[in-house]
Ligand binder design. Sequence first.
Ligand code: PRP
Length: 221
Amino acid sequence: MTSSDMNYLTVALPKGKLFDYSARMLAELGYTAEGLSEKSRKLVIVNETKKIKFIITKTADLPTYVEYGAADIGIIGKDVLLEEEKNVYELLDLQFGYCRLMVAVPQALQQDSFSDYAHMRVATKFPKIAERFFRSKGIQMEIIKLNGSIELAPMVGLAEMIVDIVETGRTLKENQLIEVAQIAPATARLIANRVSFKMKFDRIHQLTEELKNLLGRGEER
Ligand code: PRP
């Protein structure tokens, strides 16, 4: 399935941290629409002249919209792609939204050896990533799925550890948490629906090339 209308390119943008930069980057290439804003209550915003539809989704749901072809392409963090494991093409590393997935604990619970964390409770928005990581370390944990404000969990005794993304490190610091293991770095990626990529190849390829050029120009600056 591809985004219903062959005449339009449907672009999914995630609410949250990546929205502004994504919208600005696309606008620089002329891909924008009147009223396109994260604050917009309107969730589908159309540019009739350029035949572009923007849809604004919850971050974790974005790969699903693209996998099912409700959107042809989208911009989303590698962290979400690793967690959601959707069947989409990853076309380009957009080199913004740098963060890393990591494991953190309250200072008082820090252990000498990583295996000493076995069987502790881990709060996270990324249960699959957490599961895979601890399995790779050969230890079993109790994973507790939360939807946000993960750092709160160890402070109130819901969990002993967290698996989360860290960007500036401010949230960890303000909640006296220490990073004890790195899982993977993450940046924003351009993704595409597999069928759309074939059916709308010219438009998607052109945008990908334009984004590559824009990134190249950024590196020269
Ligand atoms: C993310 C993440 C951390 C914070 C890290 O949360 O889950 O809480 O940002 O950023 P920092 O290292 O710059 O402090 P987000 O703001 O997306 O909100 P959420 O906790 O509600 O998911």
